[in-house]
Design a protein around this ligand. Structure first.
Ligand code: XMP
Ligand code: MG
Length: 180
């Protein structure tokens, strides 16, 4: 039923499962002997986080943060507002920020700077998707699932107008759906 709005499937459920488990194995290796705090940036990363954390074989805690970027149309600006802050203190801890997609970099460059001020022991970024063509602010990425072209994608947590988050795969939305 939702499929009728999808122009092309970019990553199938199986491809996502395989890649997410590979990233989790990398994380498990890199942080061996340490405890980490996984920070999910809501809402887009909730599905990725749920799958990723179940493949990470390390002691870890999980926290959530919600931000909204104000911008015209589909792009964010440098102005970011925290709509839900973390529940726990991150000072002295190893932080891994888990995002669905890195686009202009506006949101994450702001967020990472803010988290750094709280003096974590280390901070790294894990993003499922990276759209480098649209980058405005440089952001250092430590773990990236897939690099994608400049198209609007939905599914696996990613939305258009809060819909399609429940699609088990990632696809490009038909432009007629958003009046493009
Ligand atoms: P910036 O541009 O600050 O923003 O890096 C990243 C946020 O923008 C959203 N975003 C998307 N959401 N499909 C989506 O569903 C996309 O293709 C897309 N590109 C950017 C997303 O919320 C991300 O956190
Ligand atoms: Mg997001």
């Amino acid at each position: 039923m939702l499929e009728k709005d999808i122009q092309e499937v970019l990553f199938s459920q199986q491809q996502l499962e395989e890649r997410v488990s590979q990233i989790a194995q990398e994380i498990t290796r890199d942080y061996a002997g340490q405890e980490i705090v996984l920070i999910s940036v809501l809402r887009g990363s909730f599905v990725f986080m749920a799958d990723l954390c179940r493949h990470i074989d390390l002691p870890c805690t999980i926290d959530f943060m919600s931000v909204s970027s104000y911008g015209k149309g589909t792009s964010s600006t440098g102005q970011v507002q925290i709509t839900k802050d973390l529940s726990g203190d991150i000072s002295g801890k190893h932080i891994l920020v888990v995002e669905d997609i890195l686009d202009s970099g506006n949101t994450l460059s702001y967020l990472l700077k803010l988290l750094e001020q709280r003096k974590p022991a280390s901070i790294r970024l894990c993003t499922l998707l990276d759209k480098p063509d649209r980058r405005v602010k440089p952001v250092e990425v430590h773990y990236s699932g897939f690099t994608i072209p400049d198209a609007f994608v939905v599914g696996y947590g990613l939305d258009y107008a809060e819909h399609y988050r429940n699609l088990p795969y990632i696809g490009i939305l038909k432009p007629e759906v958003y009046g493009g």
